[in-house]
Design a protein around this ligand. Sequence first.
Ligand code: NDP
Length: 304
Amino acid sequence: MVDWDVVIIGGGPAGLSAAIYLARENLKTLILEKQLSGGLMAQTAKVDNYPGVAVGTSGFEIAQTMEQQAKKCGAQIQFDDVKNLVQLDKKWQIETSTEKILAKTVVIASGTKYRHLGVKGEEEFLGRSIHFCATCDGAFYQNKTIAVIGGGNSAIEELPFLAKFARKIYLLVRSEIRATDSLWQDVQPLIKSGQVEMIKPASVQEITSENNQMTGLKYLHSQDVKELLIDGIFVFIGLIPQIDFIDNLNINRDEQGFIQAKNNMTNYEGLFVCGDIKSGATRQIATAGADGVKTALEISRYLK
Ligand code: NDP
């Protein structure tokens, strides 16, 4: 059985950046990734704000390049789902769906998943008419009418991509626009042309349906419940940490569940954390990458 110096859980920008630095230090480094390298970045159609990369490169392309670089530096990637972490004497045992792996240190870089609306009718239409990824599902809505829910960077950033397909987009914002000014400016032509129509305040109450087909949604606007008839819904209302596999540990977390750390080490010896899942993270590709690098340097020091 290989005894790894470092096992990184999650192959997003944080995990891959950590792997590049660790492997270059000749540390035996394994990345365990559940599905596809890149995490949420891989689902972003167009990245304009990652320094050093051409404007408009897809997140998927950046992820593939990072993965190749990590492998070239000597890291290994295994596609497997981590189920449990057990602290042994001076080692960690990582239990995946297929095996048990031993490592001197572990990095939690498992990122976040999309927050759901939590309203009546949502579960029934997840993946059918309710989506969380514009790159993956936007093309299904050619010439259709859709709603985008959310007022943060994710919702506003995906509007231009969705507008390539949808004839009409209702943007439902619960309170205020929270996206950066530059993202907000980018969508002004779509708002002026009427292709994007903002409804604010709008709090989604229920997903409506008929004969097992989604028909739209009901939302609260001031004191009134109103209804929208639409073909699809894209929900971008924030992120929650992916941490099912640490249920048996008492890791310090903030009130939203994000992991707290000092110099990227959790309250457990040899258990590190980086990227979007870390409490206080800025949640940008560049900062996730930088946090991965910082973690690698901390681990290198720790192992020496
Ligand atoms: P945010 O947490 O930034 O914003 C969430 C938005 O969803 C808010 O408008 C919030 O409204 C709304 N919301 C939350 N819950 C509900 C609900 N139940 N019903 C309706 N609306 C709701 O999340 P994002 O997903 O936009 O972004 C996540 C992180 O990723 C952020 O840190 C963001 O900066 C980062 N990011 C950065 C990008 C970039 O820089 N290019 C691109 C994409 C993401 P309210 O204000 O009322 O709470």
